[in-house]
Design a protein around this ligand. Structure first.
Ligand code: ATP
Ligand code: MG
Length: 218
């Protein structure tokens, strides 16, 4: 059974090379045996995506099919109500046992809002957190600064040593440098709407799905 697992949650509306490249780079530098992509069914902090959770999960499936390390986990589609990460972590812990190193991957844009997550302080009891600096798109407003509480949280749990994570089931926060790709799902949806090319932003299998099912047209 895999013992060092990366967990990448997201709306994946749609999945793109920013997600995939980040997962690949982290799997390499942190020696993950597996990266689980976990689409959020009902993201608590977003307006309900127009594309169904099943369709978003399907795009993840076709995007990762050729990578033996990458797995789709539909655990959040099987629950009703808001998709809270803490509930997913509790289930994963039950499923994978106490000693598996679970590493929750978060872009910096997600981390600055961690305090608004359900039972956010309990999350670190179930996993390590791997932070990735996400490049800012030129159209985006400035990312908010870290709150004092999150700065304190960082200094309490931070480890600079990537090998420490592998042997530790939970309790560390680590920042890992990856080559930034300024790709976002928001931009991809806007491109479809303007009938612009998606080539080289997301796998061709995802582009084919978007075209066939006519996602994001308005
Ligand atoms: P949207 O624009 O709809 O919010 P998104 O591109 O931000 O979509 P999400 O599904 O919201 O994608 O992101 C899931 C996770 O992946 C988050 O932790 C986010 O920070 C991270 N992420 C998304 N795109 C990138 C990227 N280009 N580089 C690094 N991390 C990314
Ligand atoms: Mg996002």
């Amino acid at each position: 059974m895999a013992s060092n697992i990366g967990i990448l949650g997201g709306t994946f509306n749609p999945i793109h090379f920013g997600h995939l490249r980040m997962a690949e780079a982290l799997a390499e530098s942190l020696q993950f045996d597996e990266v689980r992509f976990i689409p959020s069914a009902n993201p608590p902090h977003k307006i309900e995506p127009k594309t169904s959770a099943t369709d978003r999960a399907h795009m993840v499936k076709v995007a990762i099919e050729d990578n033996p390390l990458f797995k789709l986990d539909t655990i959040e589609l099987e629950r009703t109500g808001a998709s809270y990460t803490i509930d997913t972590l509790i289930s994963l812990r039950e499923q994978l046992g106490k000693t598996t190193s679970l590493n929750l991957i978060m872009g910096s844009d997600a981390f600055v809002h961690l305090e608004s997550w359900q039972h956010w302080e309990a999350i670190i009891e179930y996993c390590n957190i791997v932070l990735v600096q996400r490049p800012q798109a030129p159209t985006e407003t400035q990312q908010p600064k870290l709150s004092k509480v999150l700065e304190q949280f960082l200094s309490e749990y931070y480890s600079d040593d990537p090998t420490a994570l592998k042997d530790t089931p939970n309790g560390f926060v680590h920042m890992q440098a990856v080559t930034p790709l300024t790709i976002s799902s928001t931009d991809i949806r806007a491109r479809v709407n303007k009938q612009q090319s998606l080539r080289y932003l997301t796998p061709q299998s995802v582009i084919d799905t978007i075209n066939t099912k006519q996602f994001y047209l308005s």
